[in-house]
Design a protein around this ligand. Structure first.
Ligand code: HEM
Length: 485
């Protein structure tokens, strides 16, 4: 046979093999295409889907998502290459999704080097047992025992803030340090004054998260081969490795009291350490320190920025704190914290208007049957917290800052999945009660000492949030303090 004929035959064989695998692949995904076609959404091209709309980083991504959210019904979809993303915002549907799907989709893997097998992004087979075991760390009996540590760390923060009075400054890192020290002592049970390198640890976390966000919005960096060779990939590895050096320091101190069976978190770590492998223990310490300190610091910083805009809200908090403490200068007790009802409403209203976790995602491992349609197995379900919390269908005057809407008397008629800063269902935020308690103590301590004065932020519209894995104001968490006496 002539060489040209052999070449042509080989090309045909290759073509038929490729076609066979392509058809087989698409046949195995036929339900995804079938159910996907029944959900409304922007036009999708073959192979790339609607990915071209999202090129341009996180700002473009959120702009496009808002557009989809506003244009299409409460259940809509878009294709990112071969991935079907279903956006669900009807509270009844959100409830079904968050009560039945626990696996996190592949988009979370970009933060793997930081969290490794930690609870936040752990696959369901690891997550299930760990979630059950960490439960006692957050029950009310344990939480009560943290009150003194919250008070002590809040007072330490006040001393740091005294240096900043009278000028505009960015408060985020100071709060992050406070919440980190608090989590080290309360949750992990290690005295933070024995540790070294906290500030460097925080810098590495912030940088690693920024890099993970850049990667998740850059299709070319999502290919492992290019990622490993890129300067950002190498920087990420270095930052994460350094953050784990800090965790190893904590673990070496912690191991001295591994026999203390009264601390639920120690029991949890001991259980993970059964095979004498330090790795899962390190992963969980890292996980609890990041989740337990960063979100609270971000939320606290936003509350303080917002209070600079609303002196009348500060006034109402001051009245509440006066009625609780009077002239008593002591640190808050557990009972005091429970009485801070209005302060809690202010935290919740801030998180509604400026949710620091803008979206959450789940992988549908099985078909999810909703009232009007089915979300097919294999798709990623996206819950747009940031949009749901401002939808006029659920919230009267959604753009108005009105903490009173969270008073118990005004709370009853709303569906529970219209307010999701801590997510919902079995894989919700395990630390939300801890977070609320510690934030109330820190805010009460700061607001008893200082008045928050106006800054460059004159109205809520001035606070332009940049959304990554978490949301941060473009111009920083700027506040100005004035000492009360
Ligand atoms: C304002 C403060 C906080 C906010 C807004 C917040 C929000 C969230 C959100 C939205 C999730 C994701 C849930 C999901 O994917 O459905 C989450 C998960 C988690 N949070 Fe928080 N969080 C806060 C404070 C805390 C604190 C103080 C702790 C620990 C002390 C904590 C520990 C965790 C953990 C361990 C997870 C993973 C839970 C799991 O996958 O089972 N969070 N948080």
């Amino acid at each position: 046979m002539k060489p040209e004929k052999i070449t042509s035959a080989l090309i045909w064989v290759l073509f038929i093999i490729v076609l066979y695998f392509l058809l087989k692949y698409n046949w195995s995904r036929r339900w995804l295409y079938y159910y996907g076609s029944k959900i409304d959404g922007p036009f999708a091209w073959p192979i790339i889907g609607s990915a071209h709309h999202f090129i341009g980083g996180q700002k473009v991504f959120y702009k496009k998502m808002t557009q989809i959210f506003e244009t299409y019904p409460t259940l809509s979809k878009f294709w990112l290459g071969k991935d079907l993303i279903v956006i669900t915002s009807r509270p009844e549907d959100v409830e079904i999704v968050l009560n039945s799907c626990f696996e996190k989709p592949k988009f979370y893997k970009y933060a793997y080097k930081l969290f490794r097998t930690g609870l936040l992004i752990a696959p369901v087979n690891i997550w299930k047992e760990r979630r059950r075991m960490i439960g006692p760390t957050f029950n009310s009996k344990t939480l009560q025992t943290f009150t003194e540590i919250f008070g002590k760390q809040a007072n330490r923060l006040v001393r740091v803030l005294e240096q900043e009075c009278g000028r505009e400054f960015d408060i985020f890192l100071k709060l992050f340090r406070c919440t980190l020290d608090t989590a080290c002592e309360a949750l992990v049970g290690v005295d933070s004054s024995l540790l070294q390198g906290q500030d460097n640890y925080l810098q590495k976390l912030i940088r690693a998260e920024d890099i993970a966000t850049i990667r998740s919005f850059s299709p070319w960096l999502q290919v492992d081969f290019f990622w490993k060779k890129s300067p950002l990939g190498r920087e990420m590895d270095k930052a994460c490795a350094e953050s784990f050096t800090f965790i190893k320091q904590i673990l070496s101190l912690k191991k001295c009291d591994f026999k203390d069976t009264t601390n639920p978190f120690t029991n949890y770590l001991q259980h993970l350490n059964k095979s004498n492998d330090d790795s899962p223990v390190e992963d969980e310490i890292q996980n609890i320190l990041i989740t337990g300190s960063e979100s609270s610091a971000l939320a606290l910083a936003l509350v303080l920025v917002v209070l600079g805009i609303y002196p009348e809200v500060q006034q109402k908090i001051a009245l509440e704190l006066d009625s609780i403490f009077g002239d008593d200068e002591r640190e808050p007790t557990f009972e005091h914290i429970n009485q801070m009802e209005y302060l809690e409403c202010v935290i919740k209203e801030t998180l509604r208007i400026l949710p620091i976790v803008p979206i959450i995602m789940r992988l549908a491992e099985q078909d999810i049957k909703l009232e009007h349609c089915t979300i097919p197995a294999g798709s990623t379900v996206l819950v747009p917290i940031v949009h749901i919390s401002k939808k006029s269908e659920f919230w009267k005057e959604p753009n108005k800052f009105n903490p009173d809407r969270f008073l118990p008397k005004n709370n009853s008629e709303r569906h529970r999945c219209t307010f999701l800063p801590f997510s919902y269902g079995p894989r919700n935020c395990v630390g939300f009660k801890y977070g609320l308690m510690s934030m109330k103590v820190i805010l009460a301590t700061v607001l008893r000492k200082f008045t928050i004065k106006p800054t460059r932020y004159q109205s809520l519209e001035d606070i332009e949030l940049i959304y990554g894995a978490v949301a941060k104001p473009k111009h920083g968490h700027k506040i100005k303090l004035e000492k009360k006496y």
